[in-house]
Design a protein around this ligand. Sequence first.
Ligand SMILES: [Cu+2]
Length: 247
Amino acid sequence: MSAIESKKLKRLLRVVRYVVVSGLIMVALPAIALAAPPSPLNPASPAGRSIANLHNIILWIAVVVFVIVAGLLIYSLVRFRRRSPDEPEPDQSFDGNTTLETIWTIIPVIILVALLALTLQTFQDTDPNRPTDLTIRVIGKQWLWEVQYPDHGISLIGEMWLPVNTDVRVEITSDDVIHSFWVPKLGGKVDAVPGYLNVTWFNADRAGTLRGQCAEYCGMGHSKMPIEVKVVDQQSFDLWLADKSQK
Ligand SMILES: [Cu+2]
């Protein structure tokens, strides 16, 4: 093998290595996101599902656009490359192409308008202003979550109980610095800001234990601010509420 050939082979191997490693990362990251228990891509509430759907639609549009653009780029690089240093520079100048420019303006406009409509729909789905029978107040503190049931005089630390398939109003604030309350399967994160009451709503649609975590760096103990959400059927919830209220 000549020196030039071995150089070419080395370069090719480097490209193959880059492609394989980036491919593995592109497959591994979504796989981890799906497999990890608190994944927002495996939602357990209508609001969470709406956010996950929007994410998936944007992801797949981005994948298709990426494949087309990267494919055309790689094709052009290979097809029109200069094959040897002696080859003369190509003399191909042109002044645009109206048809192509119209196409690549109209397609993104259609995609962006469709995404705007879907995003507004998601806003609607996650809108906190809906009547609920139960209000829960969450207070972020360095470094724990206090969960109060104001109408029942209940206060918990790092734990929330929810009745299944029920709209619950959740009011979030902080006692000290800014935290962010996030139970990925139930919906988007909501900032806990001192002096402010941010509102969201939960409707967990299956019984079980969901996990969340403070999602805004808030000091040394930030990583130790988990929240455990226990979703139980209405009867168990009423019993729990009655039991806790008496104490
Ligand atoms: Cu934090």
